[in-house]
Design a binder for this molecule. Structure first.
Ligand SMILES: *[C@@H]1O[C@H](CO)[C@@H](O)[C@H](O)[C@H]1NC(C)=O
Ligand SMILES: *[C@@H]1O[C@H](CO)[C@@H](O)[C@H](O)[C@H]1NC(C)=O
Ligand SMILES: *[C@@H]1O[C@H](CO)[C@@H](O)[C@H](O)[C@H]1NC(C)=O
Ligand SMILES: *[C@@H]1O[C@H](CO)[C@@H](O)[C@H](O)[C@H]1NC(C)=O
Ligand SMILES: *[C@@H]1O[C@H](CO)[C@@H](O)[C@H](O)[C@H]1NC(C)=O
Ligand SMILES: *[C@@H]1O[C@H](CO)[C@@H](O)[C@H](O)[C@H]1NC(C)=O
Ligand SMILES: *[C@@H]1O[C@H](CO)[C@@H](O)[C@H](O)[C@H]1NC(C)=O
Ligand SMILES: *[C@@H]1O[C@H](CO)[C@@H](O)[C@H](O)[C@H]1NC(C)=O
Ligand SMILES: *[C@@H]1O[C@H](CO)[C@@H](O)[C@H](O)[C@H]1NC(C)=O
Ligand SMILES: *[C@@H]1O[C@H](CO)[C@@H](O)[C@H](O)[C@H]1NC(C)=O
Ligand SMILES: *[C@@H]1O[C@H](CO)[C@@H](O)[C@H](O)[C@H]1NC(C)=O
Ligand SMILES: *[C@@H]1O[C@H](CO)[C@@H](O)[C@H](O)[C@H]1NC(C)=O
Length: 701
């Protein structure tokens, strides 16, 4: 019982003591203070003591907390061993004086440590330590994420990893310059983030990792892939356009890493033969004109870009522009201009006629005929990138003209007279024909050629041709010209005889009126028989008292050579014009007497009876004789006339082409007047013995 009472007293005392202690806390003098450093850095594996000292109380209760977790609880000088969690017992030991010792400390023990001492009646005191346990930094590597950095991406990250170590401080450098956080760089816990990277971010990065026991610098080279940049396309030589056949080089250039692959595409097809974006085009053709696309691909980033250029290859139209003017319904004029082909086609216009009409390659413009267009050159301008050109065309009313006529005998034996009315005009004239005052239309007797310029009349009897006066009217939209033709029976207007020097050969020449219907000539002679027969002459017989026909000449013939004359005898010659069997008036008779050969030209001149200066003729004759003499000496005597005679005869006989009596119709009247050559003028041709040419210029009808 007393034990119980005693213990109750003790309890009451205890309560009182506790109360007193609580009341007197403020007056406690328990003091705890660190007995050394409170910030301790230590290398893992070593031993360290958080030394603490206290005063003002004996044997206080002590609690060490790691962070907020108690790891040691004990009462100093107690026999009871300190309470330490099993996990920590290898490392933690508490000293008799309350200090905490770490043995073979590891990095997990890095923490804030607080020691709290409590002594009943004397309160609580505490002290705080910071322990940092470090390891050497080892085997640091820096990795890039994603696998490659590329321009235009959002970011790339450099992250370091290490096998071991505690990093107290990381510092990043780019090309030796420290990187600070800013809008471009973001230094995170274990990494560096480069935002919106570009090609200038290529280079060496390094990270310096530090703790109190080691410093490690690790480098990483980062290549920022970029491109392709906008390709630059060039053609060299640089020209606005090229001409087919030219050679040129197209180049496509772009920057990129890795170097982009360049491809040319034309017309949807890849163009072969390009190396590194250089495309050589030799001998370009117009079908190579068009859009050329260059595609640049970065094989690594798969980015691609395209750029296109327009290559122009032109070709000039062939030749030169051609202008023409045509008649529309014989009232309007259609001006045509053509310069076709080429690429592009030439643009044509007639500025003088219309400034609104133009055509590509071909232009046709119809305007009503007016006098102002007559004889006015109208220019067509042709515009092509390679060449500007023009052509002129002048429309003109029908010019004065001379009808021409030719006569032949056709296969049925009919006399066929063809009258041609060709009036110089642009556009070409349409010819209307009439006989008397009735219109001629094609039929059995009359044939009008499809181009209307020729009227063909056929009859057996020459008298039928003489029944009518024919009229042709040549018309185009600008006007008309009218001509009448009156045909004449066979006749000879003029004839001459030219002996050679020896008097053994004579050349007869004659003229026919331009409107005379003649199909052939009989050359007749009166005199002794010719010495030797020319093998191929049809008739070479002669008789002394009547004219006999010695040669037959076709309607086209205007001369005949008579050979093998006896220079000591007298001969007479004449020509009879014929229209089939109808004979016309014979020509006058030409006589050759002994000795005439030497003065032939003079005699011919006199015989012609043309009023010309006799003296002049003699002088001229003398001069010509001199020339002839020299010529003859030079050209080996005897070569001519023999061979020439044969040639002439054969030619005249075998020439089937009709003779154009009035070819002069093609020429303006002044030319025609030259026909009336004086015999003296003709005699100029004598010495060379060239007979007058078979085609004769016409006379006005
Ligand atoms: C610890 O206790 C013993 C007796 O148990 C005492 O002799 C000694 O002085 C005490 N030491 C301290 C430091 O108070
Ligand atoms: C506490 O005790 C340890 C060894 O027992 C000693 O090394 C240390 O100096 C003491 N600390 C203080 C403050 O007395
Ligand atoms: C230790 O305490 C300081 C401030 O006293 C605090 O900043 C730090 O985070 C603490 N350390 C740990 C590991 O809790
Ligand atoms: C760490 O680095 C050392 C030398 O620097 C090397 O011998 C060791 O093999 C590396 N360890 C690893 C896991 O890479
Ligand atoms: C060429 O490139 C342009 C854009 O530059 C594109 O519109 C066109 O379709 C491309 N043509 C071809 C054939 O690739
Ligand atoms: C293009 O021509 C140039 C010089 O003429 C030459 O050096 C180059 O090799 C050629 N390229 C190709 C792809 O033929
Ligand atoms: C030509 O005239 C005819 C009838 O007079 C007419 O039908 C035709 O259209 C005209 N042609 C032109 C090109 O004017
Ligand atoms: C066309 O006429 C103009 C003047 O009217 C002239 O200058 C030009 O040379 C002529 N062109 C041709 C091809 O005849
Ligand atoms: C031909 O014209 C004349 C007047 O020029 C005329 O007297 C004659 O009757 C006309 N003849 C015919 C067939 O029309
Ligand atoms: C007209 O036609 C004839 C034959 O059909 C031809 O001989 C003549 O040369 C032509 N005239 C012209 C100017 O075309
Ligand atoms: C042809 O015209 C001429 C006058 O030009 C005239 O003398 C002749 O009688 C006419 N002949 C015919 C057949 O009408
Ligand atoms: C004579 O004419 C005949 C045919 O008519 C011809 O075969 C022959 O070659 C001519 N002889 C001479 C020498 O011209």
């Amino acid at each position: 019982m007393t034990w119980l009472r005693l213990s109750q007293h003790v309890r009451t005392l205890y309560r009182t003591v506790v109360l007193c202690v609580l009341c007197q806390v403020a007056h406690s003098d328990l003091v705890v203070s660190p007995a050394g450093l409170t910030q301790i850095n230590i290398l893992a594996g070593s031993t360290v003591t958080l030394a603490v000292s206290y005063s003002g109380a004996t044997n206080p209760a002590i609690v060490w907390k790691m962070g907020s977790v108690p790891v040691v609880t004990w009462t100093i000088n107690s026999t009871t061993p300190p309470d330490i969690p099993v996990n920590n017992r290898d490392v933690l030991t508490v000293m008799a004086n309350g200090s905490l010792t770490f043995v073979n400390v590891s990095v997990e023990y890095t923490n804030n440590y607080t020691v709290e001492m409590t002594k009943s009646g004397q309160g609580t005191a505490s002290a705080t330590f910071t322990l940092k346990v470090f390891e050497h930094i080892e085997n640091v590597t820096v990795d890039l994420q994603p696998d490659f950095a590329s321009e235009g991406a959002d970011r790339f990250t450099l992250q370091y990893t290490m096998l071991r170590g505690v990093v107290e401080e990381q510092t990043w450098f780019f090309k030796g310059t420290e990187i600070k956080n800013n809008s471009h760089y973001l230094v995170e816990q274990r990494s560096l983030v480069v935002l919106k990277p570009n090609r200038s971010d290529t280079g060496q990065y390094s990270v310096v990792l530090k703790n109190p026991f080691s410093t490690v610098t690790t480098q990483k080279t980062v290549t920022v892939l970029y491109g392709p940049d906008e390709p630059i396309l060039e053609a060299s030589p640089a020209q606005q356009f090229y001409i087919s056949g030219d050679s040129l080089t197209l180049s496509c250039k772009t920057e990129g890493l890795p170097q982009p692959v360049l491809k040319w595409v034309f017309g949807g097809e890849p163009v072969s033969g390009s190396v590194g974006g250089i495309l050589n085009l030799t001998n370009v053709q117009t079908n190579q004109s068009g859009i050329y696309n260059c595609t640049a691909i970065n094989e690594k980033t798969k980015l691609q870009r395209q750029k296109s250029m327009n290559l122009k290859v032109y070709e000039k139209p062939e030749g030169t522009p051609m202008c023409s003017v045509h008649s529309v319904n014989n009232t309007d004029l259609q001006y045509d201009c053509q310069w076709s082909g080429g690429s592009p086609q030439a643009q044509l216009s007639f500025p003088a006629l219309s400034n609104s009409s133009s055509g590509m390659g071909h232009l046709s413009l119809t305007v009503s005929a007016s006098d102002s267009l007559d004889g006015t050159p109208v220019s067509c301008t042709a515009d092509h990138p390679i060449e500007k050109n023009e052509c002129n065309i002048t429309a003109s009313r029908p010019a004065e003209f001379l009808p021409s006529m030719r006569t032949t005998v056709n296969s049925e034996g009919k006399i066929e007279v063809t009258i041609t009315c060709l009036s110089e005009a642009s556009p070409k004239t349409v010819v209307s024909w009439s006989k008397g005052n009735e219109t001629v239309s094609s039929g059995s007797t009359y044939q009008i050629s499809s181009n209307t310029t020729q009227l063909d009349i056929q009859h057996y009897n020459v008298s039928n041709f003489l029944l009518h006066n024919y009229t042709c009217t040549c018309r185009n939209p600008l006007g008309f010209q009218k001509r009448g033709i009156q045909l004449q029976g066979p006749s000879i207007s003029d004839s001459n005889l030219f002996p050679n020097q020896d008097g053994t050969v004579v050349t007869l020449t004659w003229e026919v009126p331009p409107t005379s219907v003649v199909t052939g000539f009989d050359v007749q002679m009166k005199g002794p028989e010719l010495q030797t027969q020319s093998r191929n002459d049809t008739k070479t017989r002669g008789s002394s008292d009547v004219f006999t026909t010695i040669l037959l000449k076709p309607g086209s013939a205007r001369s005949a050579d008579i050979l093998f004359l006896d220079p000591d005898r007298t001969y007479r010659f004449r020509i009879i014009p014929k229209a089939r069997s109808t004979e016309g008036e014979p020509s006058k008779v030409h006589r050759i007497r002994p000795g005439d050969g030497l003065s032939g030209p003079a005699i011919a001149g006199i015989a012609a009876g043309i009023p010309c200066s006799l003296l002049f003729l003699i002088l001229l004759g003398g001069f010509i004789y001199l020339c002839f003499y020299c010529h003859k000496n030079k050209s080996q005597l005897g070569r001519y006339p023999k061979t020439r005679a044969h040639e002439t005869v054969i030619k005249n006989k075998s020439d089937p082409s009709p003779h154009n009596l009035l070819a002069g119709g093609l020429k303006p009247p002044p030319d025609y007047n030259r026909l009336h050559q004086t015999p003296s003028e003709r005699s100029v041709t004598l010495p060379s013995f060239v007979p007058p040419p078979p085609v004769r210029v016409a006379t006005t009808v």
